[in-house]
Design a protein around this ligand. Structure first.
Ligand code: UD1
Length: 420
């Protein structure tokens, strides 16, 4: 397994291009199953999760060609309806194929994803939404087996805001007979991109960007092309990087409109953040970091995916910061590893109370999940001496060429290839 070796303490200076969004790409890759034909996606991040989804499409009968930041997909012969456990267990977003397969073929057999590193992460809302549209769902040897002669438009309110369940149920409803009214839809930009894309395929979704979508079902859809939106979590992680090291970075190909609460938080921490239409400039000169408070919430609230990176930042702020995760109340596997680098963090239920320390000191640490891993890299950028971040395969799922992007702007970081 590969690891990263870092020597902390060098300021970051220069430009980092932000990649396309992983979480926007994954649902669009499921949506291609809704209509046979040829799709061209651009600004696609080169990531393990995207490759996993491409492999799933291949298993379902699609042809997928990967080019530099592009995917060319032909679904003319994508007629299989089973998503196997071997793939779904490695990436929960594979479950997105349930809605499209069911809507198009009247049946789907999709493995349940199982738990993840920090908790159970259920998919009950995805399933309840399908049932509301008239599907019959059974569990067979760990697989969800869904059937419907045809899906019927219905009114369904999500009891909590869920990105994945919103995407899945929207994709099912676009081909249902009649009108669906879906309430409490997640507002994350990735969900919005999916709805816009589906309308380009011929769907009739109104209310995009609000909590209620009205979807008039259509009998069929046609392929469309798409350009992936910038990855807001990658952007936020590099904003933190400047806070950890000092220096000045210009993040290009970004979308500041998706980053408002993150920018406010970075400013509260003492960073100078300026932005234009598609770039963000972050600067930290000699001043000390200030403590701050974060409570994660569904968009436009503070993203749970950025609480771990911001915890690394809080670890060096002069005072006490508090980070509360309301989305995943157990998502704190990074706390013990950050402590190995010298962070002083106390847990009170789902609240991390961080007493800022003067410096981190390098040590070997181990990644336990994607966002926890990046918080360790960020902490290593600031730490005195050498930090080894082991098991970075988690990072490779969601950060494109992290070590290349960071070393180009001055960080001392390199990948050490390990045995598989
Ligand atoms: C997506 C993101 C993930 C991010 C998360 C929250 C993708 C591929 N992943 O995950 O990076 O951390 O949003 O912003 O886009 N829930 C249920 N039942 C369900 C579904 C969800 O109870 O059927 C709960 C979850 O346990 C969680 C909350 O709803 O507490 C929100 O989760 P959700 O938005 O669904 O997360 P994902 O779509 O899995």
């Amino acid at each position: 397994m590969d690891s990263f070796l870092l020597r902390g303490g060098t300021p970051l200076e220069g430009e980092i291009p932000i990649s396309g969004s992983k979480n926007a790409t994954l649902p669009l890759l499921a949506a291609v199953l809704l209509a046979p034909g040829f799709y061209r996606f651009t600004n696609v991040p080169q990531l393990k999760d995207v490759r996993t989804m491409s492999n799933l499409l291949r298993i379902l009968g699609a042809k997928v060609d990967e080019a530099e930041h592009e995917l060319h997909i032909d679904t003319s012969h994508a007629t299989h309806v089973e998503a196997p456990y071997e793939l779904v267990k490695t990436m929960r977003a594979s479950f997105y194929v349930l809605g499209p397969l069911l809507a198009r073929h009247g049946e789907a057999r999709v493995s349940l994803p199982g738990g993840c590193a920090w908790g159970p992460r259920p998919v009950d809302l995805h399933m309840k939404g399908m049932e509301a549209l008239g599907a019959k769902l059974d569990l067979d040897q760990g697989y969800v087996v869904a059937r419907a002669d045809y899906l019927k438009g219905a009114e369904f309110e999500f009891p909590i805001s869920s990105v994945g369940a919103s995407c899945n149920v929207i994709m099912a409803a676009v081909l249902a007979r009649g009108t669906s009214v879906l309430k409490n839809i997640a507002l994350e930009p990735e969900v919005t991109q999916l709805s816009i894309f589906l309308n380009r395929m011929g769907a009739k979704i109104s209310g995009i960007g609000t909590r209620t979508l009205t979807i008039q079902g259509v009998p069929d859809l046609k392929p469309a092309d798409a350009v992936m939106i910038p990855d807001r979590i990658e952007t936020g992680s590099y904003i933190c990087a400047v806070g950890m090291t000092s220096g000045k970075l210009r993040l290009t190909h970004a979308d500041p409109s998706h980053m408002q609460i993150v920018i406010e938080t970075a400013r509260a921490a003492g960073l100078n953040v300026q932005y234009g239409s598609d770039s963000i400039t972050v600067e930290r000169r000699n001043g000390a970091l200030k403590p701050f408070a974060i409570t994660t919430d569904p968009y436009p609230g503070f993203p749970t995916d950025l609480q771990a990176p911001f915890m690394a930042l809080a670890g060096l702020a002069g005072g006490e910061s508090r980070i509360t995760d309301t989305i995943y109340t157990d998502r704190f596997t990074h706390v013990a590893e950050l402590a190995r680098l010298g962070a002083n963090i106390r847990m009170e239920g789902n609240v991390a109370v961080i007493a800022g320390v003067k410096e981190f000191v390098g040590a070997p640490v181990m990644s336990t999940d994607l966002r926890a891993s990046v918080s360790l890299v960020l902490a290593g950028l600031a730490a005195r001496g050498e930090t080894e971040v082991k098991r970075i395969y988690h990072l490779d799922r969601g950060y494109e060429k992290l070590e290349v992007k960071l070393s180009r702007v001055g960080a001392d970081i390199r990948r050490v290839e390990g045995e598989a």
